[in-house]
Design a protein around this ligand. Structure first.
Ligand code: DOR
Ligand code: ZN
Length: 349
């Protein structure tokens, strides 16, 4: 019997549980790409200077609200940047007052603007214990910074050296391992007891490390954690399309103006917001799992964060292949949009 091919898909409006919006002219330039599709996003705090205190989070949230396109129906959910000087009481207050949804842990030096991050994990234990107490999630950039460790191994080593000991010390802490890139991380999350989840980005479902390095060096595919070999990508796709509620979308859409990417030492980050939903529809369709796209983008994450899934709906329509804009122009310069390397047929109706 021929299988009926789906050409129209209506789902709850999605949430992006890991998003970089930046500030100022860049914020104004990239925000519409997210608000066009997403109802909510968890906003990363790695500005310069970072969003460390509740007061800074309120001010940043206000700047995002002020930059919203007219008619946008979008809620920014804020995070606090964890430093060794973060006060447990400030975090607890920010959570109780609905200012901060989560705390973000960057190992110092792991990625863009992570210098104020954590060097000595013992020093942040009082904050983590407080968060466990109040049920506030910790979002983790899971890579070790030890220069001796090969960059392709830094996520797997982080699990053994940092995450496992941390989870033993603060077993009740709710943890999201952000932008997982390896089979190791997928297995770790699957085997964990309750309270452990992972976000998966759009691009890590689509590219492997060949995209960055084979046949020429392609800076627009460079991000952190760096994409791994194909077996790992396949493990991510399997986790995403499985419906397993511990895996959900966090795009890690991370805009940098082209001149900052196209340098002898270019910035890490892939700007996927404008094409994420179209890309994901292709990925889930290819996996024969379109009916589980809604869980991944609109249900699992909301459940983990303890908020109701969005009531609004978005409709994706399949048609002729279309070509997205290659760049989005911002007041900070052009930002190249993620190119999945295959034709897109789905788009918001
Ligand atoms: O590629 C990345 N870009 N990874 C991160 O962890 C940070 C992000 C950014 O802020 O540009
Ligand atoms: Zn990120």
């Amino acid at each position: 019997m021929p299988t009926r091919t789906l050409t129209r898909l209506t789902l709850r409006r999605p949430d992006d549980w890991h998003l970089h919006l930046r500030d100022g002219a860049m914020l104004r330039g990239v925000l519409p790409a997210t608000t066009a599709d997403f109802a909510r996003a968890l906003i990363m705090p790695n500005l310069v200077p970072p969003v460390v205190t509740a007061a800074q989070a309120i001010a940043y949230r206000d700047r995002i609200r002020a930059a919203l396109p007219r008619d946008a129906d979008f809620t920014p959910l804020m995070t606090l940047y964890l430093t060794e000087a973060t006060e447990p009481a400030d975090v607890a207050r920010a959570h109780a007052e609905g200012i901060a949804t989560a705390v973000k842990l960057y190992p110092a030096g792991a990625t863009t603007n992570s210098n104020s991050g954590v060097r000595d994990f013992e020093k942040v234990l009082p904050v983590l214990e407080e968060m466990a107490e109040i049920g506030m999630p910790l979002c983790v950039h899971g890579e070790v910074t030890d220069p001796e460790i090969d960059i392709f191994d830094r996520e797997a080593v982080f699990i053994d050296r940092v995450l496992k000991p941390l989870r033993r010390k603060v077993p009740e802490l709710r943890v999201v391992m952000e932008h997982v890139t390896t089979q190791d991380a997928v297995d770790y999350v699957r085997d964990s007891r309750k309270g452990m989840a992972a976000t998966i980005t759009t691009h890590h479902l689509i590219i492997n490390r060949n995209a960055i390095l084979a046949g020429g060096i392609r800076p627009h595919y460079y991000c952190l954690p760096v994409a791994k070999r194909e077996t790992h990508r396949l493990a991510l796709v399997q986790a995403a399309v499985s419906g397993d509620e511990r895996f959900f979308l966090g795009t890690d859409s991370a805009p940098h103006a082209d001149p900052a990417k196209l340098q002898p030492c270019g910035c890490a980050g892939i700007f996927s917001a404008p094409v994420t939903m179209a890309c994901l529809a292709e990925v889930f369709e290819a996996a024969g799992a379109l009916e589980r796209l809604e869980d991944f983008v609109a249900v699992n994450g909301a459940r983990f964060y303890g908020v109701a899934p969005n009531e609004g709906r978005m409709t994706l329509q399949k048609g002729e292949a279309w070509t997205p804009d290659a760049t989005v122009m911002t007041g900070d310069g052009p930002v190249t949009v993620f190119d999945p390397g295959f034709a897109l047929h789905w788009r918001a109706a």
